[in-house]
Design a protein around this ligand. Sequence first.
Ligand code: SF4
Length: 318
Amino acid sequence: MQVTGYVKALEKVDFSISERETIGIVGESGCGKSTLGKTLVKIHEPTAGSIIYFDPNGKSYDITNGLTKEVRSTFRKDVQMIFQNPYDSLDPRMTIRDTILEPIQTHKLFKNLKDQDRYVRELLSKVGLDPDYGKRYPHEFSGGQRQRIAIARSISVNPRLLICDEPTSALDVSVQSQIINLLKQIQREHNMAFIFISHNLDVVYHMSDRILVMYLGNIVESAPSRAIFDNPTHPYTQALMSAIPNWNPRERKLGTVKLEGEPPSPINPPTGCPFHPRCEFRMDICARAKPEPTEISSGHFCACHLRDLTIDSSRSAG
Ligand code: SF4
């Protein structure tokens, strides 16, 4: 087979997540956010960089190149993922009971069959489904119900981190907010950390403590959610904010920023700032040099040459 090119799905991605924190990752399709989620859960292996996992006792493990025997079981229990499409993520040949029980049996949480059945019934009612549904098969359920089943399965082993990859985008609008509310309730009750991936900044804002904005495999802005909402600084974030229907740019003292065209192919990414072909504020330097993230206020980072200019001019003025 002839190799015609390589896709660099993730390039500048540097962050950590603490216990019980929710990080939202937002960006258009193809920006690398799902690849990031799958890399964290070890479905994809990174070719560079490092991933460090801290177990419940605070011991650190470098899991970049795979999971050693020592850490595999704890990591697999600690980090769970919910996928975008509940039609694909459930095995059609397995009953709902067996689907939910699979991780419980893998991690040997309950030996006694009676306890297992009781626990499955509890989980089904926790996610808002009839406990008797355990005997049925996935095809008997709607998309929203299947996503509830996937959530029950993922929380069954009490993970410390749940990665939610566009958990509502394949669902009818009418059930999206129900699933969001269910996830919020589960997080409150189970005290787990979330990585919430979505193309919808409005949804991510309502879920997250901190938001990472991704464009073409790079984090272009990261900040506490309120700071992103009140003071979106990168032109790409401003464009995403402008697309939120009830967001009032005049109230935020910011003009509407248009987002035209499609993101470039990651096979042949642009030089310099990855956003420059679509940016209405681009300058000569933007095509030549890639901007580094700069801290513009506490915990608020932006990778844009405009921010460097603002900081430099304020420094020289001072
Ligand atoms: Fe636009 Fe330049 Fe900032 Fe990139 S670095 S977002 S092209 S102004």
